[in-house]
Design a binder for this molecule. Structure first.
Ligand code: NDP
Length: 455
């Protein structure tokens, strides 16, 4: 065999797996057809956060007046922002490539496809490997409605030539609400059309309500309980017809309606790799596919599509295969954040999930952050603890508010360790912060059990 391990896909999961395996002494090859670093670095988390930060400066300029500053905000230059973002992404992509060659990994630029269960063809070469990892990620999906090709998806949003003045986003998951916040903060009129009564299905109900309120507070127009029916072009403009017959005329229709695993063109059918109902690669808890020497990880398995999960899986598999340290990654108590303005962050169970397991005590606080008593901006913070009534363990922590992601990362350690409400209570707060609220929530808001939740 040419390699001990061949990795298909140079994103978060693949790069980590290749690099750590090489560090353990394995002979490793890796192929990537588009961007080193994958979605997260190039057309996902990293550029998204830079765009979110761009929007925040505008709001801070407005806020400063409340603190005595006379500031003229001026205009925003989208082209300049995208060019700065592109420079940073190019730098990071180069770093990823360097990391791999520095670790002694053989790097292939090109599309890889299986010839047989131990042979892959890439960039006109055939290479053989003892073990193979598929980490090809996913891509955004358009809904199948007439005129769908007239809409953009998140891949396109990062490269728009000009900043749209009017945007309609379909869906209300992570990507929808994050981009809604970006375009709104940079001055566009933004509409979100979604089929649920509240955005962010799957998140805690109180967070979803607070998110709907926060989006409205920013002037984002919400169209709940609706689906798009068709899109038509009128010159450069788009006419979106909704299920109720209402028409929205806009610069951009943006599908943020979920992602699909990248499984096409890999030749999986030739080697008997099975897909699940969502057309993603089926794996067991040790990331094994139907072929015991072929593994899959990250978004191509469509389990928990988050970068830190993908990198953790890549690292664990490398340690298992070549580091004499077999281990797996548990897919619960995974913290995550939605980078809206303000952001949401969460770890553990929602109230709705937790009460199916037994009664829970709920502690909830809502307040205006200190800064905004002076800035005058309408911005609220909501914090919530879900506590198992019997064991008093904190099984969920949820926050919508400034710095939520930074705060919940720390709280997640306590939740993962199984901290009780009493552990939170005996922790002294840092004053004055928003985060101290998590250790000073003294009054129980309610107790919920399954019967109460059903009411
Ligand atoms: P999500 O799955 O989060 O949301 C998809 C949205 O599209 C939902 O609102 C869904 O509605 C809606 N939708 C799906 N199908 C239809 C349909 N046929 N008609 C109408 N609406 C539809 O996907 P995203 O694209 O936002 O993001 C993909 C994944 O990427 C996320 O789940 C997350 O794992 C990851 N991600 C993580 C980020 C982070 O960590 N900050 C940022 C961005 C992405 P419904 O709720 O009713 O199903």
């Amino acid at each position: 065999m040419d390699f001990d391990l061949f990795v298909i896909g140079g994103g978060s999961a693949g790069v980590r797996c290749a690099r750590i395996s090489a560090g353990h002494g394995a002979r490793v090859g890796i192929a990537e057809e588009r961007h080193w670093g994958g979605t997260c670095v190039n057309i996902g988390c990293v550029p998204k956060k830079l765009l979110v930060q761009a929007g925040e400066y505008g709001a801070w300029a407005d806020d400063a007046a409340g603190f005595g500053w006379t500031i003229t905000k001026g205009s925003h230059d989208w082209g300049k922002l995208i060019a700065a973002k592109d420079r940073e992404i190019t730098r990071l992509e180069g770093l990823y490539r360097k990391l791999l060659s520095g670790a002694g990994v053989t790097v292939f630029d090109g599309h890889a496809t299986f010839v047989d269960a131990h042979t892959v063809e890439v960039a006109g070469k055939r290479v053989t490997a003892e073990k193979i990892v598929i980490a090809t990620g996913g891509h955004p999906e358009r809904l199948r409605i007439p005129g769908a090709d007239l809409a953009i998806v998140s891949d396109d949003a990062f490269y728009l030539k000009t900043m749209p003045q009017h945007v309609v986003i379909i869906g209300s998951g992570y990507i929808s609400v994050e981009f809604a916040g970006i375009f709104r903060a940079l001055g566009a009129e933004v509409h979100i059309v979604y089929r649920q009564p509240l955005p962010l299905r799957g998140f805690d109900h109180d967070i979803r309500e607070a998110m709907a309120e926060a989006l409205s507070d920013q002037g984002i127009m919400l169209h709940p309980n609706l689906k798009p029916a068709k899109i038509e072009a009128d010159g450069d403009r788009r006419i979106l017809t909704l299920g109720d017959g209402q028409k929205l005329v806009t610069d951009v229709v943006f599908f943020a309606t979920g992602r699909q695993a990248n499984v096409k063109g890999l030749g999986l059918e030739k080697i008997g790799i099975e897909l699940n109902a969502k057309n993603a690669i089926k794996v067991d808890d040790q990331l094994r596919t139907a072929q015991p020497h072929i593994y899959a990880m990250g978004d191509v398995t469509d389990r928990m599509n988050l970068t830190p999960v993908a990198t953790a899986e890549g690292h664990a598999l490398a340690d298992t295969l070549f580091g004499n340290n077999p281990r797996t990654i548990a897919l619960w108590n995974i913290p995550s954040a939605v980078f809206t303005t303000p952001p949401v962050a969460t770890v553990g169970l929602t109230e709705e999930q937790a009460c199916t397991l037994g009664p829970v005590d709920i502690y909830l606080a809502r307040f205006t952050p200190m800064r905004h008593n002076l800035s005058g901006r309408v911005r609220k913070t909501m914090m919530k603890l879900v506590v198992d009534k019997t064991t008093q363990k904190v099984v969920g922590a949820h926050m919508l508010g400034e710095d939520a992601a930074e705060i919940i990362q720390g709280i997640a350690i306590a939740v993962v360790m199984g901290a009780t409400k009493a552990d939170f209570d005996r922790t002294i707060g840092i004053h004055p912060t928003a985060a101290e609220e998590f250790v000073t929530l003294r009054t129980r808001t309610r107790t919920t059990d399954l019967a109460k939740a059903a009411e």
